[in-house]
Design a protein around this ligand. Structure first.
Ligand code: ARG
Length: 460
């Protein structure tokens, strides 16, 4: 039997060589080493406080753990498949350093509650980092939106020019999405932040441990209330992945717009050279690789969410080894989201906006036809009828190759005699935008106050 196996007593045959490679998780769960050692140290201090191990033993273990931590930080601890995972690597090295007393660390504990604790500690930090990255991106959005409160662009539905809006207003739509994302992570964090340790393998432990104390020392808000649930719950992982998938869906939509807008057919924005690439064959090309990659990476995060749900859905209580498969999925999910948020912040901070192209496009496609209908409705015509009149005038424009404001007053009056000379005032994109002063609307003044309120929400 290998001297590293934690279950040597029961076994008479060694583990199959390929099984060892197959079951090892050390090459990815090594990234939990800080949390693993942090959890072990608090567990060890609790064992001593409760008189379960002696103070002197605890001191030896704590000193050894500190050394193991430094060794791993400095890349001096070799990872070996036969030692399976990070928990065994830490414990085995501890034994090499301080001798058999190392074996007392695992009193009143199992790898089942240990791994759940490590993962919660790790995810809590990552979720906080994501919340901060979201906040950074929101700040950049606010700055950009502020600069473009009066930049008029076409608003779209069905990707058809619909009504003029301002670029600032459009950007603030993403601010709102990211704000909900940040809330989602704050809520998920509360459910992550419960301590599983003390559940031991599945049923709890006969030792007089103090779970509440451990929870407090590790910064958890409380302890998991059912030992079976404590070791077998991974909804905190799934919820985190779901919140990540929603962020990625938002970033992917934004990416899609940036890709369209930076195409010469739109020409609304230009990405800085730092976030674009060229073509090896077409010298004129500037490709929007950063948003394309973000859009692409949203697929893998959605995939991980599906993978995690599928992983868990058939597992009987409590711990099953299947659950080791949660790690690569959640690690990659978090890394991907953090990377995408970072690239987005850099990209948006340097984006160039072509106000003229936006303003020109805002006028294309009879975007003030609704304003004309609203004008008629204000003369007392039922909106449905007003819509029809405006529609007829649009058709006249289509047929004669003109814009609405190029029709003469008499042509308009043939459609409805109640149209007066003041109609021209409502047909400009500027008037259309500024007529929408309703809460949440696109009028300059409304967007200006929306940005102010948003800044307070963000920093408050
Ligand atoms: N590497 C394992 C995991 O990630 C740790 C827990 C192992 N527990 C066990 N009973 N084999 O789930």
């Amino acid at each position: 039997m290998s001297r590293y196996k934690a279950w040597g007593g029961r076994f008479s045959q060694p583990t199959d060589a390929f099984m060892e490679v197959f079951s090892a998780s050390i090459h990815y769960d090594a990234r939990l080493f800080r949390q693993d050692i942090q959890g072990s140290m608090v567990h060890c201090r609790m064992l001593a406080r409760q008189g379960i191990i002696a103070e002197a033993e605890s001191d030896l273990i704590l000193g050894g753990l500190a050394r193991v931590k430094v060794e791993i930080e400095e890349g001096r601890l070799p990872f070996r498949d036969e030692q399976e995972d990070i928990h065994m690597h830490v414990e085995n090295r501890l034994r090499e350093l301080i001798g058999p007393v190392a074996g007392k660390l695992h009193t009143a504990r199992s790898r089942n509650d240990q791994v759940a604790t490590d993962l919660r500690l790790w995810l809590r930090e990552e979720v906080d980092a994501i919340r901060e990255a979201l906040r950074t991106l929101q700040r950049i959005l606010l700055t950009l939106a502020e600069a473009h409160i009066e930049t008029i662009m076409p608003g779209f539905t069905h990707l058809q020019n619909a009504q003029p809006v301002t670029f600032g207003h459009h950007l603030m739509a993403y601010f709102e999405m990211l704000d909900r994302d940040r809330q989602r992570f704050a809520e998920v964090r509360q459910r992550i932040n419960q301590l599983p340790l003390g559940a031991a393998a599945l049923a709890g432990t006969p030792y007089p441990i103090d779970r509440e104390w451990v929870a407090k020392e590790l910064g958890f808000a409380g302890v998991c209330q059912n030992s079976l649930d404590a070791v077998s719950d991974r909804d905190f992982v799934i919820e985190s992945a779901a919140a990540c998938a929603v962020v990625m869906m938002h970033l992917s939509r934004f990416s899609e717009e940036l890709i369209l807008w930076s195409s010469p057919a739109f020409g609304f924005v230009e990405l800085s050279d730092a976030f674009a690439t060229g073509s090896s064959i077409m010298p004129q090309k500037k490709n929007p690789d950063a948003p394309e990659l973000v859009r692409g990476k949203s697929g893998r995060v959605t995939g991980h969410l599906m993978g995690l749900l599928t992983l868990m859905k058939g597992l009987p209580l409590s711990y099953n080894r299947d659950m080791q498969e949660d790690k690569e999925a959640i690690f990659d999910t978090i890394d991907t989201v953090r990377g995408c948020l970072k690239v987005f912040a850099g990209m948006l901070a340097e984006i160039r906006v072509n106000r003229t192209a936006m303003a020109l496009a805002a006028k294309v496609g009879f975007t003030t036809a609704t304003d004309l209908a609203d004008y008629l409705a204000r003369q007392g015509i039922p909106f449905r009828k007003a819509h029809e009149v405006s529609g007829r005038l649009v058709r006249l424009c289509v047929e004669s190759g003109r814009a609405l404001e190029q029709l003469s007053l008499s042509e308009m009056q043939t459609a409805d005699a109640r149209i007066g000379p003041d109609v021209m005032e409502v047909l400009t994109v500027h008037a259309s935008v500024n007529a929408r002063k309703v809460i949440g609307g696109t009028a300059f003044a409304t967007v200006r106050s929306a940005i102010e309120a948003a800044r307070e929400r963000l920093d408050g």
